[in-house]
Design a protein around this ligand. Structure first.
Ligand SMILES: *Cc1c(COP(=O)(O)O)cnc(C)c1O
Length: 368
């Protein structure tokens, strides 16, 4: 069994993917160009925003978002204590201060009340991560951000395709950033990412920033980066975007099966708010004796993962911020209990039964 089985998807789309790659090879247009432009139009339409600016990774999508609003030294950016490292890394990379706040215990997403308390006159932006496939409290956070006169950026690396109060992830915040890392809900076959916005001026700046700040050939208005998307990846993504709506349904069905199987065993499934739909980038439960349970499952041939074992403020790279145990109690508890189990659109019920049986057995043994 695979944790995320990309091969099953590949078998389904193999001939289309090969045709798409061939098209790029024959054109010899490898960076940006018509394939990337077509992809950007298609993905912007899917999300329901005016502009999609593709780029080289989810991390660069976040970095470009912060660069586009001018984040730099002396600025503060509010980020959740519980996420993948990149969310806070990009803030520090630009010389600004990541201001960590705690998360909500049910969805693991940033706590809007904690965000309000963390706003100062130096706050430039809030990054709300839509973790595990479910949007953060984006509408509420937009009100908080607008009241404070700061930007809201959605880190949608795990939530592409999800909805929040009827709107797609990546269409709600001022700027949204997603990742096409192969294992993400919409993945390419290498690194890739995209920034979304309805703001025309912001989109122009993002387009320039991803290409050395260039506004016309060899005319550089800004200090930017080399952060473009490869045409081969764009061509692959166009194939994958076509089957993506159906894969979202398959994700929903597979999650429903896990929910029911887990409840039968007295294990709580993940909480998805009734105003959200999740794409389950991770299907994550909380278990007692987590490390023991994880080891048992691995040894039983069930691949599992821990997202994430260390809250961001306690990462060695952020030790200079001086956070201490107890500063982020909700994130700390989550980091000790979370366990992600195999999940992807093509997982079948037999596999899911095996996972849940093994999980339930592991929990029972661990308590003896
Ligand atoms: C994967 C991920 C990123 C980074 O995306 P890359 O494409 O790997 O650079 C950022 N934030 C979160 C929450 C992620 O899960």
């Amino acid at each position: 069994m695979e944790f995320i089985d990309l091969k099953r998807q590949y078998r389904r789309i193999e001939s289309e993917v090969k045709e798409a790659i061939d098209r790029v090879l024959s054109s010899c247009r490898f960076i940006l160009g018509p394939e990337v432009e077509a992809f950007e139009e298609e993905i912007a339409a899917f999300v329901g925003v005016s502009h999609a600016v593709s780029c080289s990774s989810g991390t660069d999508a976040l970095l470009l978002s912060l660069m586009a609003i001018g984040v730099g030294s002396g600025d503060e950016v509010i980020v959740p204590a519980f996420s993948f490292f990149a969310t806070a890394e990009v803030v520090a990379l630009l010389g600004a201060k990541p201001v960590f706040v705690d998360i909500l215990p049910d969805t693991y997403n940033i706590d809007p009340e904690a965000v309000k308390r963390a706003i100062t006159e130096r706050t430039k932006a809030i990054i709300a991560v839509s973790l595990f496939g479910q949007c953060a409290e984006l509408e509420e956070l937009m009100r908080v951000a607008n009241d404070a006169g700061v930007y809201l950026i959605e880190d949608a690396a795990q939530s592409f395709g999800a909805t929040h109060r009827g709107k797609r992830s990546c269409s709600i915040a001022h700027i949204s950033a997603t990742s096409f890392f192969p294992a993400k809900p919409l993945g390419c076959y290498g690194d890739g990412g995209c920034v979304f916005t309805d703001d025309d001026e912001m989109a122009e700046r993002l387009r320039a920033l991803r290409n050395h700040g260039q506004t016309a050939r060899y005319k550089h208005r800004y200090i930017g980066i080399n952060g473009r998307l490869d045409a081969i990846q764009a061509a692959i993504l166009r194939v994958k975007l076509k089957i993506f709506p159906e894969e979202l349904e398959l994700r929903e069905i597979a999650a429903g099966r896990y929910d029911a199987l887990l409840r039968e065993k007295g294990i709580d499934p993940p909480v998805v708010k009734d105003y959200n739909t999740s794409v389950y980038a991770q299907y994550t439960v909380r278990v007692p004796n987590r490390d023991w349970v994880a080891r048992y499952l691995t040894e039983s041939g069930i691949p599992v993962a821990i997202h994430y074992p260390i809250p961001l403020p306690y990462q060695e790279a952020f030790s200079y911020l001086g956070h201490k145990d107890g500063d982020f109690p909700v994130a700390e508890e989550a980091s000790k209990q979370v366990l992600s189990i195999p999940f992807h659109p093509y997982i079948n019920i037999e596999e899911q039964i095996r996972v849940v049986e093994a999980l339930s057995e592991a929990i029972a043994f661990s308590e003896k």
